[in-house]
Structures are given as C-alpha cells and as structure tokens.
Design a protein. Structure first.
Length: 200
C-alpha cells in the first residue's frame, strides 16, 4: 500500500474541505464526493524536483489573497507546502481563441494525475495560473470537471455568456463541453478536479 507524503496529504485534506465548502451544485457535489473517495487510496509518488515557468512570478500575488474563509486559507497554505514539488507546464495545443502571448502568460501544474506529484490515471487534480489580461483557449475533454476559483477571473461554458465565479467560486463542467477562461486585472488562479475513470 502506498503512503502519501505528509505535505501532499495535508493538501489533499485541505482541498477536500475547500471543495466540499464551495462546490454546491448537486452534480458538482456528486463528482467531488466520488473524487475525494478515490483519493483515500494513495498513488505512486513521483521522484525529483519541481520546476517553474516565467509566469510563476505571479504566484506570490495570486497567493496573497485576503479571504475570510478558513477553508480557503487552509488550502492556500497547504498549496504553498507542495508548490516546490510541482512541474509547471505550458499547454501545447491551442488555437486562434488563445490570447496574445498565451505561451508565456499561463502555466498548468498537475498535482495528482499523469506527471503529478502523485502519479495516477483515474483522476486529475491540478491548478492553472494566468498572467493578467490573458485568455485561455477554448478546450474540451471527456471527463466531467469541477473548478474551485481562488481569484477574480471570467469563465465561459459552451456558447454561454462569460461569468465571474469570484473568490471561492465553484462550477461544474459537463463531459465534453467547450469551455474557456480569461484573467482580468489580476492573475487568475484556479484548481480543477476531473474524474477520468468513473468508479464502479
């Protein structure tokens, strides 16, 4: 049986508490319940150090948010404990919907999942950081997804209007829906959780 490294377990516990507090839609609650039930079993730890990209200089500002919610404060502190282990990467597939300087203006990190601090294929738990005034390209994927947003920023689902979840905002993406996000005057910082294999 794999044992999860202490700082990563602290992050998983903090993420579970924060998603549970803010993911209120019924379909999001179902998905998150299944997601964190699966996380009770640890995967294999990845060896090696993490690495940053230039856009990560926005991290200090993104993590300096003032929140009155203990669950979000706990999540941010737990994230700081694991961030040095993360491999920040650029999205390699994008189209004309991406903003100018998208390549250098964003980074994603897989925390748990393929290439994450914990390697596994049944779920993905990751984070996106974007510089101010940046648009993430339209994209879609088969697994359902729940976001937890820790900044200002705007999101779009399908052909719907852009909306602002706000700090602590959470929303659910149905399988296969086209979606996008864009930052405003401050960096965008958001966690995402995807069940890539439905539990039996």
């Amino acid at each position: 049986m794999n044992l999860r490294e202490e700082s990563l377990q602290l992050f998983v516990d903090a993420a579970s508490a924060a998603f549970d507090r803010f993911a209120n839609a019924p379909e999001a609650r179902r998905s998150i319940g299944q997601f964190f039930a699966a996380l009770e079993r640890a995967g294999a730890a990845r060896a090696g150090e993490g690495s940053r990209l230039p856009v990560c200089h926005h991290l200090d500002l993104a993590l300096a948010i003032d929140t009155s919610y203990p669950s979000l404060t706990g999540l941010i502190e737990a994230f700081k404990g694991i961030e040095p282990m993360l491999e920040w990467r650029r999205r390699t597939k994008y189209d004309h919907t991406a903003g100018d300087n998208f390549v250098d203006g964003h980074a994603n990190a897989m925390i748990i999942g393929p290439g994450g601090v914990e390697e596994r294929n049944d779920l993905w738990l990751g984070v996106t950081l974007m510089a101010p005034h940046m648009r993430y390209p339209d994209h879609e994927h088969e697994p359902e997804e729940v976001y937890l947003v820790l900044s200002e920023g705007e999101f779009q689902q399908g052909e719907g209007d852009w909306f602002s979840p706000g700090l602590g905002g959470s929303f659910y993406n149905i399988p296969g829906i086209k979606h996008a996000m864009r930052s405003v005057d401050t960096p965008l910082f958001a966690f995402w959780a995807l069940l890539t294999e439905q539990p039996h």
